[in-house]
Design a protein around this ligand. Structure first.
Ligand SMILES: O=C(O)c1cc(=O)[nH]c(=O)n1[C@@H]1O[C@H](COP(=O)(O)O)[C@@H](O)[C@H]1O
Length: 298
C-alpha cells in the first residue's frame, strides 16, 4: 500500500495541499441555523463534505467537537471519517492524544488505519508524556502506511512558554522534539518519513529556523484565517519545507456555510491560495499546472 506521504503528495498535485478542518463547534452550528446536537453535527458535516467533494487533499475532523455529544457524537465522527475516505481525501484525525506507551497502543488502534475504530489515514499526537511514549502510534503508522503529526510549535500563544523552555543542552523543547522527529525519520530511510510535525502558521518569522530542523517531515500548518495568519505568509515562512506543507483552515472556510455555493467558493479560494503557498516558484509548479488543467476541465 502507498504510504501516507505518497498519497498526500499525489493528492496535493491533483487536488490541492489544503487541509480543510472539520470543526462542528457550537458557534458554527448556531451560525448555520442548526441544532447543537448529533443531528446538527451530521447535517453540518454532510454539507461541508459535499462542498469539499474532490477539491482538497486532506480533511481534518477535530475529535473534541464530536466527543462533546458522547457516543452519538462518536458515531457522527465515524460517519464523517468514512465519507472523507469515500471521497478519496485523506482523513487526518485531529485527536492530539498523548499518554504512556501502553495507552498509546489503545489510541493507535482507535484512530489509525484500516481495521481501527475510526480508520484515520493520519492522526495528531502530543508529546508531553515524552516522545518515546508515542512509539506504539509510530509503529502502527509504519505498518499500515498511515501518518502521524507530532505537535512541535503550536499556533496558539499559550504554547510558547512551554515549547520555548530550554533543555540543559540549550535547545528549546520544540527544537529537541523536531530533532527527535528527524532522527526517527532518518532511521527509517531517506526521503519524507512517517512522522510529520505541527508548526502553526502563526509562527513569528524570526522563529522559523525550527522548520529547517524538519527536513524529512510533512508539516501541518494550522492557524490560517481565524487565528490571524494569512495564507500568503505560508509560502515565505515555510520556504525550507516547500512541497511538504499542509496549510490548514477551519473557521475561515466553515463560517461561509450553510450556503453550498458560498462554502464551495471559500474552499476554492483557499485551495488556490494553498497551491501558490505550496509550490510558488518551484519545479513542482510544472506538474501542478498539468494536473490543474485536468481539474479545471472537469
Ligand atoms: O493540530 C491541529 O490541527 C492544531 C494545532 C495547533 O497548533 N493549533 C490549532 O489550532 N490546531 C487545530 O486547528 C484548527 C484551527 O481552527 P481555525 O483556527 O478555525 O482554522 C482547530 O481544530 C485546532 O484544534
Amino acid at each position: 500500500m502507498a504510504s501516507f506521504v505518497e498519497r498526500f503528495t499525489d493528492l496535493a498535485i491533483h487536488r490541492s495541499p489544503l487541509c480543510l478542518g472539520l470543526d462542528p463547534s457550537e458557534e458554527l452550528l448556531r451560525l448555520w441555523g442548526l441544532e447543537n446536537d448529533a443531528e446538527g453535527l451530521r447535517r453540518f458535516c454532510g454539507s461541508v463534505l459535499e462542498a469539499a467533494d474532490d477539491l482538497v487533499a486532506v480533511i481534518k475532523p477535530q475529535t473534541g467537537f464530536f466527543e462533546r455529544f458522547g457516543p452519538e457524537g462518536l458515531n457522527e465522527l465515524a460517519v464523517a471519517t468514512a465519507q472523507i475516505r469515500s471521497q478519496g481525501s485523506l482523513c487526518l484525525i485531529d485527536a492530539k492524544r498523548g499518554d504512556v506507551a501502553g495507552t498509546m497502543k489503545g489510541y493507535a488502534s482507535a484512530m489509525l488505519g484500516a481495521g481501527s475504530g475510526f480508520g484515520g489515514d493520519a492522526v495528531t499526537v502530543s508529546a508531553y508524556l515524552g516522545f518515546g511514549a508515542l512509539l506504539p502510534v509510530f509503529d502502527r503508522a509504519i505498518a499500515l502506511g498511515a501518518g502521524v503529526f507530532v505537535v512541535v510549535h503550536s499556533s496558539n500563544p499559550e504554547g510558547r512558554l512551554l515549547q520555548d523552555a530550554r533543555h540543559p543542552d540549550g535547545r528549546t523543547v520544540a527544537e529537541a522534539l523536531a530533532d527527535d522527529i528527524t532522527t526517527f525519520n532518518a532511521n527509517q530511510g531517506a526521503g519524507i518519513g512517517v512522522l510529520g510535525a505541527v508548526v502553526g502558521a502563526t509562527i513569528d518569522p524570526a522563529a522559523t529556523a525550527i522548520i529547517d530542523r524538519l527536513p524529512q517531515s510533512l508539516i501541518l500548518a494550522p492557524g490560517v484565517g481565524a487565528q490571524g495568519a494569512e495564507m500568503a505568509e505560508v509560502g515565505p515562512k515555510f520556504r525550507s519545507a516547500q512541497g511538504r506543507v499542509l496549510p490548514s483552515v477551519s473557521r475561515a472556510i466553515l463560517r461561509h456555510g450553510p450556503s453550498p455555493v458560498a462554502l464551495r467558493d471559500a474552499i476554492e479560494r483557499y485551495r488556490e491560495a494553498a497551491w501558490s503557498a505550496w509550490d510558488a516558484g518551484s519545479s513542482l509548479a510544472a506538474s501542478r499546472g498539468h494536473a490543474r488543467t485536468a481539474v479545471v476541465r472537469r
